[in-house]
Design a protein around this ligand. Structure first.
Ligand SMILES: Nc1ncnc2c1ncn2[C@@H]1O[C@H](COP(=O)(O)OP(=O)(O)OP(=O)(O)O)[C@@H](O)[C@H]1O
Length: 340
């Protein structure tokens, strides 16, 4: 195996962190067989720096001194100063080594961590949507509608899982049904196009909802995506009901495209902050029908299972699996691992 494909073990105890735009979650793995020590989830806005958060939330509340850290961040990892998207924190691995006592710091992309989770999560943390067989030991895809739309592939080759963190959330989505042709003209666009993230995210819920209201000639009543999905789920507002139905349809459409691209016989997994909150809507026929509506490959898609990831800290679980057995995962560390 080429050197760049090898991942040496990081020394235990290992601090594991999942740093999102809004929330950060930490745990400490004392050794490969131990259950992770959990810490309370925090909001990034409550701490001035990530170093202060690690100091106050983790180091102040345990006598275990982590020797290394594996951090998943919602930002491109390029250089010694990693600016987090959507929050003020800057990750400075060299500073962490100097100030917080780590010998080894690895920083990966947050959706890579979601992909690691999808390789490793037990079936108990997966809620199946519609038909499709049990997941095979084959390539997988994870899509996470939240503040944005994260997409990652997970290629299975040579008995190794290779996460492929791309920008799949920014693919185009086009109209398909007669109703789509009525709603799409009213969707907000980005430089003229309807990208998946503009409709499959928190702001995407509002985008669809406002377009449906315009198509129906009614005044919108809600501006918070959670209000729209709540009214859609309880059936109390017709435009919210249709928004949820279209959201499920478009998520199925994009999920099916990703399954085709990766030949994801191992399944498609829905993560992100929104999927878990709208499971009853995703279990209605629209999601799966759109997922399978991929002539000439509908039959292939009908065999691929789709799941909502229900683990409350899936990314941490994925990072812990990687920390325990790095050689099972093709995580390149060039340019994103810092040693004392
Ligand atoms: N019940 C809901 N229905 C629809 N959208 C929701 C609901 N709850 C939250 N959202 C939207 O989901 C988005 C937040 O997504 P998520 O919880 O994945 O957070 P994040 O900032 O993307 O990630 P992290 O939690 O890692 O910081 C926001 O746009 C929010 O408005």
């Amino acid at each position: 195996m080429a050197d760049s494909m090898k991942t040496d073990k990081l020394p235990f105890p290992i601090l594991i962190g999942d740093i999102g735009g809004t929330n950060a979650r930490f745990s400490v793995l004392t050794d490969a067989d131990a259950e992770p020590i959990p810490f309370p989830n925090i909001r990034t806005a409550d701490y001035p720096t990530i170093d202060a958060a690690i100091q106050n939330v983790v180091l102040a509340s345990t006598s275990v001194r982590p020797r290394s850290a594996i951090l998943a961040v919602a930002a491109p990892v390029d250089g010694d100063e990693i600016d987090l998207t959507n929050c003020d924190w800057v990750v400075r691995p060299k500073g962490m080594i100097a100030e917080l006592g780590f010998d080894d710091v690895l920083v990966v992309n947050d959706f890579e961590a979601q992909a690691l989770a999808v390789a490793a999560l037990p079936r108990d943390f997966l809620d199946k949507l519609g038909r499709g067989g049990e997941p095979q030991l084959a390539s997988r895809v994870v899509l996470g509608p939240g503040t944005g739309l994260g997409v990652a592939g997970l290629v299975h080759a040579r008995e190794i899982w290779f996460p492929v963190p791309g920008e799949g959330g920014h693919v185009d989505v086009g109209p398909r049904s007669d109703r789509d042709f009525e709603v799409f003209p009213h969707l907000k666009r980005i430089e003229g196009r309807v990208s998946a993230e503009e409709i499959l995210s928190g702001r995407g819920v509002i985008n669809i909802y406002q377009a449906v209201c315009k198509a129906d000639g009614v005044q919108p009543s809600f501006s918070d995506p959670a209000d729209v999905t709540a009214r859609g789920l309880d059936g109390s507002n017709p435009q919210a009901v249709e928004t949820l139905s279209l959201f499920a349809t478009y998520l199925g459409r994009v999920a099916g495209d990703m399954a085709l691209i990766f030949m994801a016989r191992g399944g498609v997994y829905l993560a992100g902050g929104i999927s878990q909150k709208i499971i009853p809507a995703l279990k209605k026929p629209e999601f799966r029908a759109a997922f399978e509506d991929k002539a000439p490959h509908s039959e292939l898609l009908s065999t691929i299972p789709t799941f909502v990831v229900t683990h409350p800290q899936a990314a941490l679980a994925g990072l812990a699996s990687f920390a325990r057995a790095p050689s099972a995962y093709g995580i390149a560390t060039d340019g994103r691992r810092w040693l004392r």
